[in-house]
Structures are given as C-alpha cells and as structure tokens.
Design a protein around this ligand. Structure first.
Ligand SMILES: Cc1ncc(COP(=O)(O)O)c(C=O)c1O
Length: 379
C-alpha cells in the first residue's frame, strides 16, 4: 500500500460487536475473566488495551516495521530503550539533540552506570572513533532538534551492526512520511508522537517501532513492567491524527520551503538552518534518505542581540510562542531558554546552539499569512 492509504487504514478494523468504523475508546482498567487465566487476550489495561493494540498495529505499519509499542510520552519511549542496557554499557549519542533526551541520559541513567558518549554524528567517522566492545546502543536524531543537522542513517546502521550495537533513530522531526529508518537498517525507530503523528497539539505520547521479535518482547516487558502506557482516549486521538499525516506533512513541507527561502533573503536574518537548501551540509544525505525537507526551521538574527531575539519571539501573532512542534498551528520557540534549557550553556554553545537561535514549527496555515506575521515581527 502507498503511504496515504496506509495512514488511513493502518490498525483500523470495524469493531466486531457494533461495526463501528472507528476503534472504540476502551475506557477500562481490567477485563472480566471466565476462569482464572481464561480470558479474551486482555487481563489488565497496563499490559493490554484494545485501543492501544489498534494504535500499536498502526505504528508498526506506518514505519514499515513489524511491531509498534505506544508509551505515555516520547521520553517514556526513550527511557524504555535505555532500560534494555546494563551498568557498564556504553551509548553513543548525537551531540545535538532534544534537550530532554540529553537530560534523561545524563541526569537519570548515568547514575545507574550507563556511559554516554556524545559526538557529532553528521560525520559517521566520529562514531567509528569512539565505538567499542562496550557500545550497546547508538542514538541518532536526524534532522536534529533544533539545528537541523543530518546524519546518514544507512552508514551509521552499518557501523552499529558491525559493533553489535542497536541503532535507535528518533524520527520525530522527519515522521514516517518523510523517512523510514528501519528501511535504512535501524533496529528501533522512536517518536515523540506528541508532535507530527498526533498533529493537533492535544496529546502527549511516544512510540517505538521495530522488526525483531526478540527486541519487541524485551521492550514490551519494559513497557508493562515500568508502566508508562498511554490512556485509551489518547490512543484514539493518535489513531485519528495518523489518518491525515500525509496531507498535513505535504503542507508543512510546502510552507516550510516558502518560509525558509523568505527568511534567507531577509536582510535582518543572518543564518537559516533548513536541510532543503542545496548548500546545507547535510542536503545530499537528506535528499537521499528523506522524501522532502519538512517544516522545522531555525534561524539567527543578523544583529545577534538577546534583546532583539526576545522582541521577535514576543512579537508574532500567528506563530504562538510555545514549546512543542508538529501541530497544524505554527509555533515559535527559543531553544536556549525553553526546549533545550536542560543542556548546560557551555555544552550548548560548543554544539552551535546560540542564545539567539529561534526555532519555528511551520504549521499548515496559509503561507502568505505566515510570512506577513514574521515580516511584522522581524521588522
Ligand atoms: C526530537 C524529540 N524527541 C523526543 C522528544 C520528547 O517527547 P515528549 O515531549 O513527547 O516526551 C521531543 C519533545 O520535544 C523531541 O522534540
């Protein structure tokens, strides 16, 4: 099936008791058993819920994977992946990535004896330099949040396989519409489904998708043992969001291109980060592994002043100043003080994330209105 058909039909089975075309919201914590151990495949809702089962089937299908697992947030999904590891194991992670992932790694898991090595994964040779027998997981984000760096997934998959390590790709920015990491050799795809999969800024949720049945068993065991599962109402909203992923993504990409090109010619804008530009260092790789370039853009003002940055951030009317991304409405964000505040300043600056960086999540409104809004704010 082609993506558009998959997104609409993935996980959808008319309800056997009523014929309802939409998966019902099974708002229940438990299931009545005929006799001890004799049940209909559902025992307790932390372990199984039919609305979640439908969503997990859909997640697998849309990422070209065999198995999907849904979590109560993106970080809960990341947390489950790291719990595959043992004290003494090493993780190689991208030096530029979502601040909450960095916080989870450094502030929660380091104290349990897992070692995280951060490197610039845009050059895969940097991974080869630090990989060792202890490497059990390679963690990538591509494009990265917020600097839109691109890493060659297929190349890193080869390095990870040779090292006997799992490769997990955070595919939140690209979405399955633009990029399918499992097809490129990754072992696990992770999503903050909160973003483009849900698409309407009304759900917090995470996802993992994989092909290997043994890996699925391990991750399912962690999911039910640690309990970070999403509720049935949220699973229903996610199923509904996924149905329109392709139409939304087409418009995000179209609007993203208009805004990125407009920003780039603006005299008050110094630098625009967007992988669709032919001179973006990761453009060739992005073109190879992505269908289009998305609606996430970061930029710096020519006059690198904190006051001016704050003024622009507070001046837009359509672009709402808020954390998060990937919804139908446009958002503007200040990574240094908002989404990436958990990364120490020296570390941020070393990785190229300046205090003056502004991040846009370009929504699917009319592009002319979005340009006019930015034009007024930048002045
Ligand atoms: C790239 C990326 N990964 C992971 C997360 C964490 O997801 P959640 O906020 O759903 O826990 C985010 C959240 O902003 C993100 O942008």
């Amino acid at each position: 099936m082609k993506p558009a058909t998959k997104y609409i039909h993935a996980g959808a089975h008319p309800d056997p008791s009523t014929g309802a075309i939409m998966t019902p919201i099974f708002q229940t914590s438990t299931y009545v058993q005929e006799a001890p151990g004799k049940n209909k495949g559902f025992e307790y809702a932390r372990s199984q819920n039919p609305t979640r089962t439908a969503l997990e089937e859909a997640l697998g299908i849309i990422e070209n994977g065999r198995f999907g697992l849904a979590f109560s947030s993106g970080v809960a999904a990341t947390d489950a992946v790291v719990k595959l590891l043992e004290p003494g194991d090493e993780v190689i992670a991208a030096s530029d990535m979502y601040g909450g992932t960095y916080r989870l790694f450094t502030k929660i898991f380091e104290k349990f004896g897992i070692r995280f090595i951060y490197t610039d994964t845009t050059d895969a040779n940097n991974i080869t330099k630090v990989v060792s027998k202890k490497t059990k997981l390679v963690w990538l984000e591509t494009p990265t949040n917020p600097l839109m760096n691109i890493t060659d997934i297929a190349r890193v998959a080869t390095i990870s396989k040779e090292a006997g390590a799992w490769l997990c790709v955070d595919n939140t920015f690209a979405t399955p519409y633009l990029q399918n990491p499992l097809d490129l050799g990754a072992d696990i795809v992770m999503h903050s489904s909160t973003k483009y999969l849900g698409g309407h800024s009304d759900v917090i949720q995470g996802a993992l998708v994989m092909n290997d049945a043994g890996l699925r068993e391990k991750l399912y065991f962690i999911q039910k043992s640690c309990g970070a599962v999403p509720g049935p109402m949220d699973c229903f909203l996610m199923l509904r969001g996924i149905k329109t992923l392709h139409v939304r993504m087409k418009q995000h990409c179209e609007n993203g291109k208009v805004i990125a090109e407009w920003l780039r010619q603006h005299p008050k804008v110094a630098k625009v980060y967007w992988p669709g530009f032919t001179d973006h260092p990761g453009h060739a790789t992005a073109k190879k592994q992505m269908k289009d370039f998305g609606g996430m853009i970061s930029f710096e003002l020519a006059n690198d002043s904190p006051d001016e940055t704050m003024r622009v951030l507070s001046s837009t009317k359509l672009f709402a100043l808020a954390e998060s991304l990937g919804g139908v409405e446009s958002l503007i964000n200040h990574p240094a003080s908002m989404t990436h505040a958990s990364i120490p300043k020296e570390e941020r600056i070393k990785n190229g994330l300046k205090d003056s960086l502004i991040r846009l999540s370009v929504g699917i409104e009319d592009a002319d209105d979005l340009v006019a809004d930015l034009d007024k704010a930048i002045g």
